[in-house]
Every structure is written in structure tokens, then in C-alpha cells.
Design a binder for this molecule. Sequence first.
Ligand code: PGA
Length: 254
Amino acid sequence: MEKSKPFYFVANWKMNKTFHQSIDFCNQHKQHLDSLTNENNRIIICPSYPALAPLATILKSNSLALGAQNCSAHESGAYTGQVDATSLAQIGCRYCIVGHSERRTHCKESEQCIADKVACLFNNNITPIICIGETAQERDAQQTEKILEKQLALIIELCKKQNCRYNQLIVAYEPVWAIGTGQQPDITSLKKLFVWLAKHMPEATLLYGGSVNPTNSKILANVPYLNGFLIGNASLDFQKLKKIVESTLKNSRL
Ligand code: PGA
């Protein structure tokens, strides 16, 4: 953890909460979540598209931030069913997840498509949360760094072209085999990997995702250069999310 940077808790609800469930969650828990948020800790809620606009209103006077789970790789045009970054910005989204492994797998998103989405987000002042990570097979073949390098190459090129600084980027390392499985990398390898990532993407904010829960969050939060979590399953349950935030604060911030 870099003490000079805030620590991020990104709740990726995927397609698990309905429109009404998302609204009820935020109405019920916004005050408590707000009290856990300060300049050192940022909580970002990422519901599915339909809930974004009502949540922007519910969370308006709150310090909780809103993120989308995806956006189009195009600014506008004949792309039925897609959602443009400009509209996301207009309703108050300050963050957007891109390149999640579920989209890379199910929607066959290419590196170019992901880089185009990042460009659209930059143009609309939305901070991209770029997901990268290797499969179990790639890990076993000791290809992790090579895979991550490939996943980051076009993003680095884009930053150079647009003269963006890496500090405008959030990169979430999510090993595919750790997502939703209860497995996690051993701490020694994770520490090594975050040192590598910090060298490769200096100044970017680096998150870890993959089966983060109230028990492992304490240990994970102490990995150097790690400045937050992308949380799937555990973020659906308010008590678990709260415990993750509190345990991380107790462990490292006080
Ligand atoms: P998980 O999901 O916490 O349920 O493993 C993380 C993610 O996919 O972002």
C-alpha cells in the first residue's frame, strides 16, 4: 500500500443485483458506507447499467462514487445496445471497469477494443479501471508477466499518444483463476508481481481482485504497491463489504 494514495474498494456487482435490489442496497446502507469513506478510502459502487442513473441521484450528497461495468469502444453511432462514455459521464459516473476477464471471454473483447474504450473514457474524464490477469494455464506455463505485458501494451501506447499520465489509470490485477473461486495467489508471488507492475506502470493505481473477502483482505492490503480491491461476490453483502473496508483500515491505516 502506498500511503500517499487513497485505497479503493470497488464493488463490482456484475449482473447479480436487479434494478430494485441495487436501489434498496444504496438507500439502506449509503450513510454507513459514507462514514467509511474519507480522503484515504474511496468506495466505488458499480451496478448494472439501468441502476446507474437512479443511484447517481441517491448517492448525490454522498462521498460514495459510481462506476460503470463497461462502455462502448465507440463515441456514438449505429451500435445497437451499446452505451457511450459521454452518457455515462453525464449521469455522474466517474469510473468505469474495462477489460474484465468475463468480457474478454464471453464477448471476445480484443486488446484493441479495450484500448478504444479507454480512449473514450479519457475523452470524457472518466477514470478507467483496467482489468488484466492470466489464466491458470498461463500461470502454470510461467507466462504471467508476458500476458500482462501484452494486455497493457496498447494502453501504454495510448497514454503516450494522448500525453496522459499513468496516474489517470487504475489497473486491477485479477488472475482469472482467482475470480469467484475462493482461490488467491500466495502472498510472496503477489508481492513480486506488484513490484513488477509498479515498475511497468509507474504512478498507476494498482488494485487486486479475485475472491477478496473479509478474512484475506487484511493480509492482501499489506502487499506493497497495492492500493485497493476489486470485489465481486463479497461486495453484494453489505456486512462483508463493511468488514473488508474496516479490517483494511484497522490493519493498515490507523
Ligand atoms: P470475486 O470477483 O470477488 O467474486 O472473485 C472479482 C471480479 O470479478 O471483479
